[in-house]
Design a protein. Structure first.
Length: 152
């Protein structure tokens, strides 16, 4: 096979889905291309296997029974719509269309405002008034015999 498109076209040929013009072109191709003929033969065998082994499902009820169920449900839905007024449930949910975007805008505002305002309070609460000042920390361990000085 030269392309996937050709394989799909051969499948359409086997299924009888090609128009007359394209069908003639595929038949000319099949006359000259052995690989295409082999693919068509395999597709036809597969088609026959599927048809021969397709399970048969017998339904205990008739078509009329199922159609009456469908008609009954349609009539029930129409009566329910007449009782509720049809548009009542939709109108009662109009506020949701505005509430969801409003919550989204509020969440973005909280994310943008809260970290900036709390950062100043956090620094003041921890004892560091201005982080721009040099800070020096010392760690000494007698057991290891080391002293570490950290200067910022």
């Amino acid at each position: 096979m030269k392309t996937i498109e050709l394989a799909l076209e051969l499948q359409a040929f086997v299924d009888g889905e090609l128009d007359v013009r394209r069908r003639g072109e595929v038949e000319k191709l099949l006359a000259t291309d052995a690989e295409a003929r082999a693919m068509v033969a395999e597709l036809r065998e597969l088609q026959e296997l599927v048809r021969a082994n397709e399970p048969v499902v017998l339904v205990p009820e008739t078509r009329e029974f199922y159609w009456s169920q469908v008609q009954r449900r349609i009539a029930s839905a129409e009566r329910r719509e007449e009782r509720t007024g049809g548009e009542a449930p939709i109108k009662s949910m109009q506020w949701v269309r505005w509430l969801v975007p409003a919550f989204g805008v509020a969440a973005v505002a909280v994310v943008l405002v809260v970290p900036r305002s709390s950062a100043g309070r956090l620094g003041a609460a921890s004892g560091f008034a201005d982080l721009g000042d040099p800070v020096s920390l010392t760690f000494h361990s007698d057991t290891d015999g080391i002293t570490i000085h950290w200067i910022n």
